[in-house]
Write a protein that binds this ligand. Structure first.
Ligand SMILES: [Zn+2]
Length: 189
C-alpha cells in the first residue's frame, strides 16, 4: 500500500497543499519543516520544459508529492461550489486541490492549509472551514456571493442557470453580494 505523507508516524502537524496558482506565481515557496502535497491534476496542468514546470520540479525535490483525492470529496466539492457559484471558475485541478484538503481535514489529526491565490478556491475553502494562505496577494476579507444575471432581460438568478428561463438569453456570473470573513488564512502563520 502506498504510504502517503500524512500517514507516516511522528509528523509535523501542518500540511500545505500547493495549487496551480501557487506554482504559477513563481514566488519562492519556503516551507521548511512542513509537508507539501499537490495533486496529479495540478502536475498535469503544467507543460514540461517551462519555468513553471521547473518550479514544480524544484518543489518535488524539496519533498512535494502528488496525491489523488477521494471521489466522495470531489462530489462534495462539486455540490458546494455549485451552491456558492464558484463551480464554473474551478478547473479539475482546482476541484482536486479542494477535495484533497477535505480528505485530510476529514481524517482529523492534521491541519491542512491550501496555498493559493485563486479566489474561488478560497471562497469554497472558507465555506468548508479549510484554511488557506495567499502566495502573492493580501488575502480576501470578503466572501463573494455569486449569482447569475441574464444578458437579455437582466433578471438575476440565485440558481446556476446558463440560460435565462424567461427570455432564453445566456446568463453571466455576477457578484451579487459580499460578506466579511475572518482572515482565516493568515491568522495561523
Ligand atoms: Zn432573460
Amino acid at each position: 500500500m502506498l504510504t502517503l505523507p500524512w500517514m507516516k508516524p511522528k509528523i509535523k502537524s501542518r500540511i500545505f497543499i500547493i495549487d496551480t496558482s501557487a506554482i504559477l506565481s513563481g514566488k519562492p515557496i519556503n516551507l521548511d519543516n512542513a509537508i507539501m502535497i499537490s495533486t496529479s491534476s495540478v502536475y498535469n496542468e503544467l507543460k514540461p520544459g517551462g519555468r513553471d514546470y521547473q518550479t514544480l520540479q524544484f518543489l518535488i525535490e524539496k519533498g512535494l508529492s502528488m496525491n489523488t483525492p477521494s471521489q466522495y470529496s470531489i462530489d462534495k466539492i462539486k455540490t458546494i461550489s455549485n451552491k456558492t457559484g464558484d463551480i464554473d471558475r474551478l478547473s479539475v485541478a482546482d476541484m482536486d486541490v479542494l477535495a484533497l484538503a477535505l480528505d485530510i481535514n476529514t481524517a482529523g489529526d492534521k491541519e491542512v492549509v491550501i496555498l493559493t491565490d485563486d479566489y474561488s478556491i478560497q471562497n469554497v475553502a472558507h465555506v468548508l472551514n479549510i484554511k488557506f494562505e495567499n502566495i502573492s496577494q493580501q488575502g480576501i476579507t470578503k466572501r463573494f456571493i455569486w449569482s447569475r444575471r441574464c444578458r437579455g432581460c437582466g433578471k438575476n438568478f440565485k440558481e446556476n442557470l446558463k440560460v435565462c428561463p424567461i427570455c432564453g438569453s445566456p446568463t453571466k456570473n455576477i457578484v451579487s453580494n459580499r460578506e466579511n470573513i475572518r482572515k482565516r488564512g493568515r491568522d495561523n502563520r
